[in-house]
Ligand binder design. Structure first.
Ligand code: LLP
Length: 424
């Protein structure tokens, strides 16, 4: 803290708000690196040396982020032609890209194959033949993984539980050998691994342990069919601490738990130790981001509620509206003042876009700067132009440097795709 302002990674956030305007996303490259190091340290502690971290680009992706991922020696998970395009535009090595998606279009398959992505993760039985045909047409032998749903119910929001059997994602694990046989019989697909992703924002190591166990068992079953798989991707999903009093996941324990299941099973079943891949998005980028807003209208309804409206809202953070997600906030310009004002922070959209319900802040006034914490993941990535609102810019911090990595939308951009039908 200095002069009562909130300091984020050595930067005065009130100065950042003044310099770049609000609303503003601020992302710390140093914090990203620290989270990655925590994951690396966990692998090292638990003796797994052959591993890769696939950064899940869906959490936050742009050209600068691809360059950061590259600098940190992360591989990249993309799920659409647009994400792939961004990675390639950043000069990211296609061999280190995994292409995911539960409903890849023919066009996207061709783009991924043509770009030479390292791995394509097949999400359904139907996709197998279509992808093989696309690879055949391009004369490519493509390395693939099969995404399985291991039937794990992780305790997280229903919308982000993705490892259940009743899910649009993945091939039910009970059909895994059938799917593997089908891939093995394909002329242009080379099955080298399995993938699962059991959900997002998970706190407990338990579901990861159950999933790792089920997946390694499947590696064994496929070996019995004559194919020894060399890679096992256990997905992302490590939960973070959105409120100070809420525990985030203990990555060391989680990776330790997965490592011990894998080590035990590998020796019991007599299979080769596969390369272990994890695919976190939120854990890497979530805590590295904050959002700064300026307070506008403050509306006090006597004995009922005090609404504090900020200059952003569900357009830059749809998570509260979509999942009832909770975030914590503070007043950046009154960070050291006593919190005695119970308020609800609202956005500026033309509906009740509550960002944070009932939070204690110092006495709030027009012009104050609100900082919302842990907004690095799935905020900018899920932002929209609802109400034709311009999406904020993103500023990157590294050491004592600060620079824009995404510019604020302009009104011209908002209308740039509008065309007028001939009869108008
Ligand atoms: N891998 C796959 C195949 C995924 O589907 C996901 C997330 C990840 C990795 C990364 O998961 P993470 O480590 O970030 O939890 N919009 C929601 C989250 C949706 C997650 C979708 N898939 C939210 O704001 O909470």
């Amino acid at each position: 803290m200095s002069n009562g302002h909130y300091i984020f990674e050595g930067h005065d956030t009130v100065d950042l708000a003044q310099k770049y305007g609000t609303p503003l996303y601020v992302v710390s490259q140093d914090k990203i690196a620290r989270s990655v190091n925590t994951i690396r340290a966990a692998f090292a502690t638990h003796g797994i040396t052959d591993y890769r971290i696939n950064y899940a680009g869906k959490a936050f992706l742009n050209i600068a982020m691809c360059k950061i991922a590259d600098k940190l020696d992360l591989d990249l998970d993309v799920v659409s032609g647009g994400e792939l395009y961004t990675a390639l535009a950043a000069g990211f090595d296609p061999k280190r890209i995994t292409f995911h998606g539960s409903n890849k279009s023919w066009q996207e398959m061709k783009e991924a194959l043509g770009a030479g992505v390292g791995t394509i993760t097949i999400d359904s039985i139907t996709e197998i033949d279509i992808l093989n045909e696309a690879a055949k047409q391009l004369g490519i032998m493509q390395k693939v993984h099969l995404r399985l749903s291991p039937g794990v119910e992780a305790s997280t929001h229903e919308y982000v539980q993705t490892g259940r059997v009743d899910s649009k994602f993945g091939i039910p694990i009970s059909m895994s050998t059938r799917a593997a046989r089908r891939v093995i019989d394909c002329s242009n697909l080379n099955l080298q691994g399995l993938h699962c992703h059991i959900g997002s924002q998970i706190y407990s190591p338990k579901p990861f342990e159950i999933a790792a166990n089920a997946m390694i068992e499947t590696v064994y079953n496929i070996k019995e069919m004559g194919v020894e798989l060399s890679e096992l991707n256990l997905g992302g999903g490590f939960g973070i601490n959105y409120l100070q009093d809420e525990p985030g996941i203990d990555v060391d324990t989680t990776i330790g738990t997965m490592a011990s299941v894998i080590n035990d099973q590998v020796s019991q079943l007599g299979i080769k130790m596969p390369k272990i891949i994890v695919e976190p998005g939120r854990y890497i980028i979530g805590p590295a981001g904050i959002t700064l807003y300026t307070v506008g209208i403050v509306k006090e309804i006597p004995f009922i509620r005090k609404y504090v409206s900020v200059d952003g809202g569900m357009t830059d953070n749809p998570r509260p509206a979509l999942y009832g997600a909770v975030h914590n906030a503070a007043l950046a310009n009154k960070y050291d003042m006593e919190k005695n004002d119970l308020v609800t922070i609202s956005g500026k959209c033309c509906e009740t876009d509550t960002l944070i319900k009932d939070i204690l802040l110092p006495a709030v006034e027009l012009g104050d700067i609100v900082v919302v914490f842990n907004t690095g993941a799935y905020n900018y990535a899920m932002s929209s132009n609802y109400n034709r609102i311009c999406r904020p810019s993103v500023v990157l911090l590294s050491g004592d440097k600060d620079e824009l990595i995404v510019k604020r939308d302009t009104y011209e951009q908002i209308a740039r795709n509008d065309v007028v039908a001939s009869w108008l």
